[in-house]
Design a protein around this ligand. Sequence first.
Ligand code: SF4
Length: 169
Amino acid sequence: MTRPSLAIAGLTACFGCQLTFLNCEAELPTLAGLFDFTYFPMGSSRREIGGEFTAALVEGAVSTPDDLETLVRLRSRSRVLVAFGTCARWGGVAAMNNHLSRVAMIESVYGKGAGPTRSFNPGPLHRFVTVDFSITGCPPEKNELLATLAALLHGALPVFPQYPVCTEC
Ligand code: SF4
């Protein structure tokens, strides 16, 4: 049987979400037998996005033209695209200053006339492409990552319980 093909990628982020995957030390040998990790730049020397993916887990916000190009390429090659972590789901640190003037911020660091370096504000994946599923958390819980991988193995997506944050509401 052909193993499902996975991409695990990072955009503008701290790599902490991808580290959650590498921290699954006890499970990694099993996972390596179940999936073909076709594109995982943080964990392998393969750098080219090639072929088709059963699923792509994408960490981080879209902050640069390179991020956008990577995301669009992964989306076009993946049956399922997962926003992996809070930055990918909500924009995270990269999008926290979107309410401020980009020109003013860039000039405060690089001097007057430095100007804007991109034509869009950083944002979560769903602002740019269709996202099929999200795993939140900064970084995500290991168990939710493993549950997601188990569901993908069976051609499905997991259902996580919803916990109320306020029992008075
Ligand atoms: Fe890092 Fe947290 Fe963003 Fe993941 S969600 S990339 S751990 S800041």
